[in-house]
Design a protein around this ligand. Structure first.
Ligand code: ZN
Length: 185
């Protein structure tokens, strides 16, 4: 087993940013292991803010021009609770499998061409950015209705005690004498 680099740092407009890129030149025949921590910086506007970077571990199985990447990720986001509106930490984890295939003249996401391939690469395009596949998986892993806890009771309303229903509550002891008079005892 060999460790391989999973990313390249690109310099865009003078600012370093890392994205989930596999350099297929570094992926050996057979099985290799990949480890990487990322914040999917190409998607920062589309994702909630990270509370923890994604930790990714993957196995890459290569047979000539085909690379199968089985990847697990785990991280956390700061989400706003739908009931109490407090920001809380939502852990997110998932796994996915992407298939990369070499085909002369093709590169990038396959856009569902029915061949079961997720990304193509060729001799001139050896960096495969799989960020979009991870992004899709994160979006399905995020809760539709974020809750800080299952039994969150929502926004606390203050001074409910003074609200006028005397119903089941014990009366103020200072009124006890008056109540006696009223009830004729
Ligand atoms: Zn809450």
């Amino acid at each position: 087993m060999s460790k391989i680099l999973f990313y390249i740092t690109f310099t865009i407009a003078g600012k370093d940013r890392d994205i989930m890129v596999i350099d297929v030149r570094l992926v050996p025949e057979g099985r290799s292991e990949i480890e990487r921590e990322t914040r999917l910086e190409g998607f920062e506007g589309d994702l909630p803010p990270f509370s923890e970077s994604l930790k990714c571990t993957a196995a890459a199985d290569r047979m000539e021009g085909t690379i199968v990447v089985s990847l697990r990720f785990a991280g956390g986001f700061g989400l706003e609770c739908a009931r109490c509106l407090e920001v809380y930490r939502q852990p997110v984890a998932g796994e996915l499998r992407v298939i990369l295939r070499e085909e002369q003249g093709r590169y990038g996401a396959s856009l569902d061409d029915g061949a079961g391939v997720d990304f193509y690469f060729d001799a001139n395009h050896e960096l495969v950015d799989i960020s979009s596949a991870i992004y899709d998986e994160i979006m399905t892993a995020l809760p539709l209705k974020p809750l800080c806890s299952e039994d969150c009771e929502g926004i606390k309303v203050e001074s409910q005690d003074d609200a006028g229903d005397g119903g089941g509550k014990p009366a103020d002891p200072r009124w006890a004498g008056l109540m006696k008079l009223k009830s004729g005892r």
